[in-house]
Design a protein around this ligand. Structure first.
Ligand SMILES: O=C(O)c1ccccc1NCC(=O)[C@H](O)[C@H](O)COP(=O)(O)O
Length: 218
């Protein structure tokens, strides 16, 4: 039987150590994320992120993640880190997101009462490269380690979607098989323990990738 041509993209988020970034590249991960949200326990300084970017393998995206940062803060990060993709988790509008001249992903709060309307999302963010569906409620930060009900993933989104929130090596196979997303995003589920946010665990990173690939073959 021919192998499947499609593969689920993988993003590891909340990276804080160059060694973890290097391993992500070796494992075939498509993107790594650096968090600049003011309230995050995984927040890094731009210089720290620049050092991680230097550890990144070619053809792997460096994603800068913001939550209601000012335009000046975003521009400062861009000049130091040179990310290839942006991710916005707050109340940023379309004009703000596209004003930096880089492709971006808009996070969507799946913890709301009603699932988002695909048409409304597309018309609010026509310039988005894709949407990241995360488990947080409206106005809350991401990286909660909570999953949402994958049956609520809206159908009819024509832009790529990434499923996020509470994914681990143990549930990622089911998440991919259930939702068949463009990509998946994980942070807490590949960390060593809850006490060390941002410190990734090599064995968990590897197992996560293996499980996504197993789902791709199913
Ligand atoms: O990670 C954070 O601390 C964070 C803070 C504010 C906004 C977004 C944040 N993280 C986003 C992500 O890391 C992921 O997109 C996603 O939320 C997955 O997190 P997890 O549930 O820990 O796998």
């Amino acid at each position: 039987m021919l192998p499947p041509l499609f593969r689920t993209r993988i993003k590891f988020c909340g990276m804080t150590r160059p060694g973890d970034v290097r391993l992500a590249g070796e494992l075939g991960v498509d993107a790594v994320g650096f968090v600049f949200a003011a309230t995050s326990h995984r927040r890094v300084e731009p210089e720290q992120a620049a050092a991680m970017r230097d550890a990144l393998a070619p053809m792997v995206d460096a994603v800068a993640l913001f939550m209601d940062s000012s335009a000046d803060e975003v521009r400062q990060v861009l000049s130091i880190v040179r990310p290839s993709l942006l991710q916005f988790h707050g109340d940023e509008d379309e004009a703000f997101c596209r004003s930096f001249g880089l492709p971006y992903i808009k996070a969507v709060a799946m913890g709301a009462d009603a699932p988002p309307d695909p048409l409304a999302l597309h018309s609010r963010f026509p310039s988005a490269s894709g949407f990241l569906l995360d488990a947080h409620g409206p106005g809350e930060a991401g990286g909660t380690g909570r999953a949402f009900d994958w049956a609520r993933v809206p159908r009819g989104l024509t832009k790529p979607i990434l499923v996020a929130g509470g994914l681990t090596p143990h549930n990622i196979h089911e998440a991919v098989v259930t939702t068949r997303p463009w990509g998946v995003d994980v942070s807490g589920g590949i960390e060593a323990d809850r006490e060390s946010p941002g410190v990734k665990d090599g064995a968990r990173m590897r197992e996560f990738v293996e499980e996504v690939r197993r789902a791709d073959c199913g």
